[in-house]
Design a protein around this ligand. Sequence first.
Ligand code: DGL
Length: 270
Amino acid sequence: MPSTPASATALRVGVFDSGVGGLSVLRAIHETLPQATLIYAADSAHAPYGERSDDDILRRSEAMAAFLHAAGADVLVVACNTATAIAIEPLRLHHAGWPIVGVEPGIKPAIAASRNGRIGVMATTGTLRSARYQRLLQAHGARVQVFAQPCPGLAHAIEQGRLDDPELLALIERHCAPLRAHGVDTVVLGCTHYPFVARQIQAALGPEVLLLDTAHAVARQVARVVEGLQPHVSAPGTLPQLWTNGDPQQMQRLAGQWLGFPFLVQRLPA
Ligand code: DGL
């Protein structure tokens, strides 16, 4: 893949999540659009979103979007199922003309993949109670049995970064046991934090259960949306910037383990 010439301008992709979860989407976007400048904002000081009120989620999503807009993002990626469920429509209204891509639980690919028609969806309480999730289910879920599993506490525990901690493993077991009992053969990871513990979830569900997340589908959608867009900041591409209002060392460590490409961690005011 040719690298961006120093004189060329690069398209800016702004990405946010309640915390580190959206790095799972950022990695896929980098694979799909290696020449784009990536600006990631982690609202870790206010994570988890999944157990907050809709008003809080709206307010925090708007603050993150405003930051990325001011940073010159040509496109916004809401790399959070919860924020997409609650806030993407108001964000699109408020920022008319700014392309905004969201993340939703991959019910449709799960239906295509399932052999026994029994699907589990692991997501936050906020995502599962949303009208947007109910619409997704109505649009695609009629021919199969979908077992929704709210996972309170899981995104927060992942945010702490100790991914093999016995308490985290016990929480995963607690959330996976009902899905095992329902005999699901396909499980949707409906929160961008959960791919960080996909190995642990797989161990709890058993090797025959297929896990699905939508990071690559979202990256492909971002690539479609940016086709033909002209960068509106005329500056050459730079290292991916990871802004956090949480612990910068924690971000450095998790992103270092997860991303596999160089980046710069910056402090975001809380
Ligand atoms: N990563 C987010 C999601 O995809 C939110 C997790 C949280 O903050 O509760 O839903």
